[in-house]
Design a protein around this ligand. Structure first.
Ligand code: B1M
Length: 210
């Protein structure tokens, strides 16, 4: 039995208390916090995704699993943030208009913070004008957009267009990501970068901010 099997299973069962206890136990045993997130919590959520797709799980169950995963992330987060911290720049990040998925975006925010970025998280369902207003208010180096639905991917292009129309395109670098988003799509809509997962998003942001 692998060391992350139990926490994966607890996420799949949506068992908040067990996930929290197992996450704390793994940390106490000296496991790498990012490994607990990637190989434990995300791996469990990936199984949930497959079962949801196959019709073996339904929305309320998936939300319980998402809550359990987030509870685990909260336990692990202080240890991730204790890793190497350096000032890397300001990132405004949000899920685009019409999209309520925030688990992946929250992970990206967390990993970016752990890499020393100041992250302004706009939350979910952000229309283009909200990104524009946030750029004017916070003057970020990077704008990050997340989308989990094929139907909300066009909102990424709308947002980039709005940023361009507001005369702000040259002031920021733009990174996009989310399960249905690809490197090709990022290029097509004029983004500067694409992150396949939270770790690659961090690497791309470090490159863009540098
Ligand atoms: Co939704 N949902 N959902 N859902 N949901 C998907 C995305 C879906 C693929 C499930 C399926 O059918 N197989 C499907 C989309 C189909 C499509 O568009 N092709 C779907 C659907 C259809 C829907 C609804 C329409 C269902 C309905 O109501 N009939 C509805 C839409 C609501 C809306 O947004 N308007 C809906 C609702 C929900 C819940 C509310 C129940 C819940 C969301 C809870 C929440 O986020 N707070 C939910 C969930 C949990 C999922 C699945 C099961 C899991 C998503 C997730 O959190 N994955 C998902 C199936 C799946 O993906 N297998 C599904 C874990 C997370 C860590 O991964 O978000 O990909 P991910 O993030 C990764 C990378 O993508 C990347 O890094 C992250 C970490 O590695 N990344 C970035 C993400 N953002 C990034 C940004 C970056 C860079 C990298 O730069 C800025």
């Amino acid at each position: 039995m692998g060391k992350f099997d139990a926490i994966q299973q607890a996420v799949i069962e949506g068992d908040v208390e067990r996930v929290k206890n197992l996450a704390a136990g793994l940390l106490a045993a000296g496991e790498n916090p990012l490994a607990i997130i990637e190989e434990g919590l995300i791996a469990g959520m990936n199984v949930v995704g497959v079962r949801f797709k196959e019709g073996d799980m339904f929305v309320p169950e998936v939300m319980m699993c998402a809550n359990a995963m987030n509870a685990g992330v909260e336990v692990v987060k202080p240890s991730v943030q204790g890793e190497k911290i350096k000032s890397a720049g300001v990132v405004v990040i949000g899920t685009v208009k019409g999209d309520l998925h925030d688990i992946g975006k929250n992970l990206v925010s967390m990993i970016l913070r752990s890499a020393g970025f100041e992250v302004i998280d706009l939350g979910v369902d952000n229309p283009p004008e909200k990104f524009v207003a946030a750029i004017n208010e916070h003057n970020p180096h990077i704008v990050g957009m997340s989308a989990l639905l094929t139907t909300t991917m066009p909102a990424m292009k709308e947002t980039i267009d709005a940023i361009t129309e507001a005369g702000l395109r040259d002031k920021v670098k733009i990174i996009v990501g989310g399960a249905p988003v690809s490197r090709e799509f990022a290029g097509e809509i004029g983004a500067d970068g694409y992150g396949d997962d939270a770790i690659s998003a961090r690497d791309v942001c470090l490159e863009l901010a540098g």
